[in-house]
Design a protein. Structure first.
Length: 70
């Protein structure tokens, strides 16, 4: 029983980590595309979009851990 619960927790954390990495990677990619489209010298979108993605992912993480376990 304890092994099944440990595997469930491991998969939960692996899923959250994967979601976090994909969200940050997509934010950086989108920031690069937007910065190349605008042509500005300062990479505004490469800096701001990953920060916004990080804030959103941390908010989701807090919400996930505050939910009661099923």
């Amino acid at each position: 029983m304890a092994e099944k619960k440990a595997n469930g927790n491991m998969m939960r954390y692996a899923g959250l980590a994967t979601q976090w990495l994909v969200m940050l990677g997509a934010a950086v990619w989108l920031g690069l595309k937007l910065d190349s489209w605008t042509g500005w010298k300062f990479p505004l979108f490469v800096v701001t979009l990953p920060l916004v993605a990080l804030i959103v992912s941390l908010w989701q993480l807090v919400r996930e851990f505050n939910q009661p376990k099923k």
